[in-house]
Design a protein around this ligand. Structure first.
Ligand code: SF4
Length: 218
């Protein structure tokens, strides 16, 4: 079987198991996209559990859902609201800085290009691509640790960093999967292809996986 056929086969199996729109907080936000809320939730989701991201985002958006309201909110109050998402001090700083930059440089709007997005401190390539894909429907692949690790284990790419994985995936993943790939692999990575020790014995794509660099599995 050719590499492209294998990729198609695997993604078909995983997409059926993990229908993307219903799964993660950020994916649910795609149904009624608000670029600023998606950006803020994405910043809150870093190193946080998905349930917390949803809870904290909802609490925050009840009192502040625009760059102006977040930029002008006292830091202590913001920290209190987002406390349970973890790293609340750093995240409060990030949220305020990003909001201020949007006001100062982009008339309070979230920019629509990757270059502009990553020119704002605290917005990395993954966050930029989440905004571009989920808020603006652009054909990009948000690559986080799950996507990076799984793509390497499956032998789709051979890369050291998520930044390097992204352009390589763009070459080999069928475009129809671009927007959903992140959601599918994040769910799969949390449940089965776990970064520290994958559950290969119950994996639905085990027979098509070379398990590259998997030293320990269950
Ligand atoms: S077989 Fe193991 S390494 Fe390969 S995708 Fe499944 S869980 Fe991940």
């Amino acid at each position: 079987m050719k590499k492209s056929e294998k990729i198609n086969k695997i993604l078909k199996i995983l997409k059926k198991k993990y229908p993307s729109h219903s799964k993660t907080t950020l994916n649910r936000m795609r149904t009624k996209p608000n670029a600023f809320k998606i950006l803020i939730s994405c910043l809150l989701s870093l190193r946080a559990r998905d349930e917390n991201t949803e809870k904290v985002s909802r609490a925050l958006f009840q009192v502040a859902s625009t760059p102006k309201t977040i930029a002008s909110m006292p830091t202590k109050k913001l920290e209190k609201i987002i406390f349970s998402s973890g790293h609340y001090h750093k995240k409060a700083q990030a949220l305020k800085h990003v909001s201020k930059e949007l006001i100062k440089r982009f008339k309070g709007k979230v920019p629509k290009t990757r270059e502009e997005l990553i020119s704002i401190k605290h917005i990395g390539p993954k966050t930029a691509n989440i905004v571009l894909a989920f808020a603006y429907g652009k054909s990009v692949i948000p690559v986080d640790v799950h996507v990076h690790v799984i793509a390497n284990r499956l032998g789709w790419v051979k890369t050291k960093t998520a930044e390097k994985t992204e352009p390589e995936l763009m070459e080999i993943i069928p475009q129809k999967y671009y927007a959903d790939l992140n959601a599918i692999l994040v769910q799969f990575g949390k449940e089965i292809c776990i970064t520290t020790s994958p559950k290969c014995s119950i994996c639905p794509i085990s027979k098509d996986c070379p398990k590259t660099d998997v030293k320990r599995s269950r």
